[in-house]
Design a protein around this ligand. Structure first.
Ligand code: FAD
Length: 832
């Protein structure tokens, strides 16, 4: 049975603005009066929006916000999401002074414990990541940690880390403070007003219906917490969430000092904060309980779930070992509240791909208080400017796809796994194991029988590597070299020296057809697409700041047919980007043909010989040159072939009708037998592309970086006479010096493992971090790509003049900077 929590009501009713008349229109309607809605409304008003209306179905904070524990941590795996959380802290520090409404904010710092050496390595790596992202995080000995947190038993500690600017807040107070600040800046807030539907007209927001009447508007912002999924579903919008029960206890006073830092003890799956001299303690159990499988009950506001002592027992046992004082302290309350979680543990932000001017901020995975301030700050700018203020890909709603996240059971299973892993060690290269397989290439069984070890990407099973005979076909994780290291090396060498076949069927594939297609792409792409049929163009699509929104190849198969290929994970994002920028384009039709074609990438110096052995057509260099495309018949199957490479070797991407891929695969393997062909997977692609310094979108390039900063000027059209999106920003950047540039580094020490996010030091000063890291088997070295930043400009001379080190897990190791890619297929080897 659910429980209402009347003890807090009196306070919250004061926030109610009773009996206000419902307006019949507003410019921006925000749905939901939790921390996300109030922060978004607050920031919209701060950034100048004049007509913002926030609608709350019951009372402010009555959803999930009122029962949050209130820990505010900042460090995340992404620099920009960390920036958002820092933004929350900046705001919470000053909000009370600004609005006069208490927030309960305390910057006591955050302590994170390590009870084994693997965890200590993880914490060291996190401390380096923190440094990369401009956060101070100190490593502590067990006795130093004990001094900061005297209530704990520290006997099993290996070490700890302390982040002094972390803190805690009272979630309801901070939300009411944001609401007050929003009102002070002109936002209208109506409680007891339930949104019953979204009104769309011609694919964009035009109003909301409520239980009190209809309101016309230009923009809708869904900040309805766990209710967002249903609100979206009714309007055909995909917002994949799963409510999960989450419990914490509040103890009687037990001598906890007021300045006690928050504490995370991931090896015991628990967290703590101080509250009126007692402790708040909660945790992430490995067997979480999904809630509201049949929908959220009506009237679920200021409501908690019945506590589950039996389920909490496992957390309690761990806590008693860490804080023995709890054995003799009374428990005031065991809170069990539902929170919405997502399949990848990140929240959901941005404009929905299905409808224009409908934005979302929800799915906060139990860090909504920590994220609320920053998420509202970013979303408000996104709404008002039409673009986010920075790259927010890890939380972008366009990372989901209907073919995967439209499946509720899949979402639930994966979300529960992500919840259960909240505090487990995040191993490098770790894959989710639940809800698999979902989407497979027709070659799945064949490749599995050959030892393929699969990873999953946007629901697709993709071979990561192939286990040779005698090697167990599964990953064994660790912070050093993992069990696949040697096998991937063999695949890498086959691609460099002979030929390898990669099943890349999960690539996202679109067709743009029609007489207006060339003009449309000429506007959307930074590269020059006005080229004859038969050409392949590697290009970026830019935003107005010149930042790279999409990085893809466009192959022109006919004057009115362009075949667009992008990464598996970018399917929804890139399709939405192209679609929204086709507005106004005439006589064009954009179709997602991902499932219609599989992709076999035949790569290596002998790839042409293999292809020639499987087709009767001429595939010589003269008739099939680099960056060209054509139709070929292989094993009786007509397919689309692109001569292009992401591994730095002669190679062909073959797009085969899915139903016929097995026959083509068999023919290529047969023709390749004499050439020493091997099956190869994504981990060898990663190693091969790092040696060539090919950029990866979402890591090395993003909406924040321009082609010039990324060293991709060669892919930008030479003449700027015809307009294209981002042209003005690029023109301005051409005329000034670059303040950051992607550089290539090697670290010779074989004991070091580069993963990305390690700090780049130039002459001892931090100048950036690695966007990618890995190992190059041909060059025999660790390789890192990363931006070197300098406000006064990053010229070639500046780059060359520096002495570099990379900080890895808090140890600085010598690094060498390279101005050119490390691998040259013509055989020139760099000096490492
Ligand atoms: C037990 C527990 C502990 C937690 N501890 C922490 C923590 O320590 N630190 C941290 O950062 N986070 C924590 N969280 C997470 C945090 O509470 C949430 O992420 C955050 O409160 C979500 O805020 P929100 O605004 O997205 O959603 P909500 O607070 O749920 O707000 C959504 C609002 O939308 C309203 N609404 C819904 N439907 C409609 C409609 N149709 N019309 C109008 N209004 C509507 C609801 O009434 C609700 O008020 C915890 C969560 C739980 C459950």
């Amino acid at each position: 049975m659910d429980r209402h929590v009347p003890r807090r009501d009196a306070k919250y009713f004061q926030s109610s603005i009773a009996m206000q008349r419902l307006p019949d229109q507003a410019q921006i309607v925000v749905i939901g009066g939790g921390i996300a809605g109030c922060s978004t409304a607050y920031h919209l008003a701060k950034f100048g929006a004049k007509d913002v209306l926030l609608l709350e179905r019951y009372k402010l904070t009555s959803g999930t916000t009122f029962h949050a524990a209130g820990l505010v941590g900042q460090l995340r795996a992404s620099a920009n999401i960390t920036r958002l959380l820092k933004q929350s802290v900046e705001l919470y520090r000053t909000l009370e002074a600004e609005t006069g409404q208490a927030t309960g904010w305390k910057m006591n710092g955050g302590l994170r414990l390590a009870c084994n050496t693997a965890r200590m390595t993880e914490i060291r790596r996190q401390a380096t990541t923190a440094r990369s992202f401009g956060l101070d995080m100190h490593l502590l000995t067990p006795s130093e940690a004990l001094k900061l947190w005297p209530l704990m038993d520290a006997s099993d500690l290996v070490g700890a880390a302390f982040l002094p600017t972390d803190g805690q807040a009272n979630p309801s107070d901070i939300t009411l403070s944001l609401a007050k600040g929003a009102r002070q800046n002109g936002v209208r807030i109506l409680e007891d007003t339930k949104v019953t539907g979204l009104v769309l007209s011609q694919g964009r927001a035009s109003g909301v219906t409520t239980d009190q009447g209809t309101i016309r508007c230009e923009t809708i912002v869904i900040c309805a917490g766990q209710w967002s999924k249903e609100i979206g579903r009714q309007a055909g919008l995909l917002i994949p969430l799963q409510s999960v029960e989450h419990q914490y206890l509040i103890s009687e006073p037990c001598g906890a000092p007021r300045n006690l830092p928050t504490l995370r003890d991931p090896d015991r799956l628990i967290y703590y904060k101080e509250e009126v001299g007692g402790l708040v303690m909660g945790g992430y159990e490995p067997d979480p309980i999904a809630w509201a499988l049949d929908g959220i009950p009506e009237g679920f506001h200021f409501t908690l779930l019945d506590s589950r002592l039996d389920h909490f027992e496992q957390i309690m046992q761990q806590a008693l070992m860490r804080t023995p004082v709890l054995a003799t302290t009374g428990v005031k309350m065991l809170v069990n509240g539902p929170e919405s979680f997502t399949p990848d543990g990140n929240f959901i932000l941005g404009e929905t791909p299905e409808a224009k001017a409908i934005f979302v901020a929800c799915g906060f995975n139990a860090f909504g208080i920590a994220s609320g301030g920053g998420a509202g700050w970013a979303l408000a700018q996104w709404i008002l400017e039409g673009e986010p203020p920075m790259d927010l890909w890890p939380v972008d709603i366009r990372r989901f796809a209907p073919s995967v996240h439209g499946d509720e059971i899949w979402v639930r299973e994966r979300t529960l796994e992500a919840y259960g892993k909240h505090y487990t060690i995040a191993w490098p290269h770790e894959e989710f194991t639940s809800a698999r397989p979902l989407k497979t290439s027709p070659l799945y069984a064949t490749l599995k029988a050959k030892g393929a070890v699969f990873g999953s990407k946007l629901g697709w099973e993709r071979p990561n590597w192939f286990a040779p005979n005698g090697v167990a076909p599964h990953d064994i994780y660790g912070f050093g070299r993992q069990n696949w290291f040697a096998a991937v090396g063999e695949e890498h060498r086959a691609a460099r020296e002979r030929v390898a076949l990669f099943d890349q069927s999960s690539f996202a594939k679109f067709e743009l057809r029609g007489p207006g297609a060339e003009a449309a792409l000429d506007w959307i792409c930074a590269g020059d697409l006005v080229r004859p049929p038969g050409t392949v163009t590697y290009t970026q699509m830019l935003n107005s700041r010149g930042g790279i929104e999409c990085d893809l190849t466009v192959s022109r198969f006919a004057s009115d047919l362009f075949f667009i290929i992008t990464g598996t994970g970018f399917r929804t994002h890139d399709l939405a980007w192209i679609r929204r920028n086709l507005v106004g384009a005439e006589q064009v039709e954009l179709t997602d043909v991902t499932e219609r074609f599989g992709c076999l990438s035949l790569m290596g110096p002998r790839s042409r010989d293999v292809l020639a052995g499987a087709t009767n057509q001429d595939v010589s260099n003269a008739s099939f040159p680099f960056a060209s495309c054509r139709e070929l018949v292989v094993a009786g199957v007509k397919l689309r072939a692109l001569r292009i490479t992401y591994v730095g070797e002669l190679g062909f991407e073959l797009y085969v009708p899915s139903a016929e891929i097995e026959g083509v695969y068999a023919a290529l393997m047969q023709a390749g037998a004499a050439q020493g062909i091997v099956n190869a997977g994504y981990r060898s692609i990663e190693s091969l592309r790092l040696e060539k310094a090919y950029r990866a979108w979402g890591a090395d390039i993003s909406a924040d970086t321009t082609p010039y900063e990324a060293g991709l000027a060669f892919a930008v059209r030479r003449h700027f006479s015809r307009p294209f999106i981002g042209r003005d920003a690029l023109a301005a950047q051409r005329a000034s010096s670059l303040k950051r540039r992607l550089a290539i580094f090697t670290v010779a020490d074989p004991e070091v493992v580069l993963l990305g996010r390690e700090t780049i030091l130039r002459n001892g000063i931090s100048v950036g971090w690695l966007s990618s890291g890995g190992y190059g088997y041909t060059v025999g070295s660790n390789i890192g790509l990363g931006y070197v930043r300098n406000d006064a400009g990053v010229s070639d001379d500046y780059l060359r003049a520096g002495e570099y080190q990379i900080e890895v897990a808090r140890t600085q190791v010598p690094a060498k900077l390279h101005m050119k890619p490390l691998y040259d297929p013509q055989g020139k080897r760099p000096k490492l």
